[in-house]
Design a binder for this molecule. Sequence first.
Ligand code: SF4
Length: 267
Amino acid sequence: MGGGAAARGEINGVNAGKDATRVSQAPISRAQITQAEVRLQDLHRRIIACRHCSRLVEFREKIGEQKRASYSEWDYWAKPITGFGDLEAQLLIVGLAPAAHGGNRTGRVFSGDASATFLMACLYEAGFANQPNSDHREDGLELFNAYLTAAVRCVPPGDKPTVEEKRDCLPFFVEEMEILPRLTTVLALGHIAFQACLKAMSQRAGTTVRAKFGHGVWHEMPGDLPTLVGSYHPSPRNTNTGRLTKESFLEVLLKLRDELSLGRAGR
Ligand code: SF4
């Protein structure tokens, strides 16, 4: 299991040229889409090959060798994970990092763990996904008007990347934000992802941008920066304690869906 080719209709985990099921969008030229596809493929190649953080490289590969007993048949991915979803998305959803036996096992961001189960059920209910589950790279998942990514691409011990690791992985996220041709809105899942968004937007704007994290809080950012929205991360730590409920997460997603379809989110 695992380690196979990207699902049909995807380009390195990117759904390209989706149908009319997504919410209404302004026109974008075929040439722009093609250019974005090429740039994203190049970015994905560089991400997957990255071995910059020695601590994280050692950790991700150790997990891939040791495995969890229930996944002993799996050929763990054990490499950095790329983004996944609709290339023409207006909405970019950012998490922290792959989970040890989730994304680090399956090779796809937000798949194969409890956070992914919660997230995808809600994305499906809000109309951003074609199915309520995200299990592995060949499960047929497609996203509509949404693209998923992580602030740090390798699984960190204890889910805690160092300051240097967060800093050194940030350029991939900055580049990804810049490539997505229709991006208007970023949903940050958790405080660390929110901080990464602020840093990435500051780099892009050439000046420091500030905003305060809060669940369901929207921030209109200066210039041509995307709107930034915060949410608690859908980790068991939050969902099992009731800090994040399905209702409170869906409230954010449904508002995003409505605002995007009305063209009011972002520029
Ligand atoms: S965390 Fe990012 S910068 Fe560090 S090794 Fe992984 S992909 Fe490279």
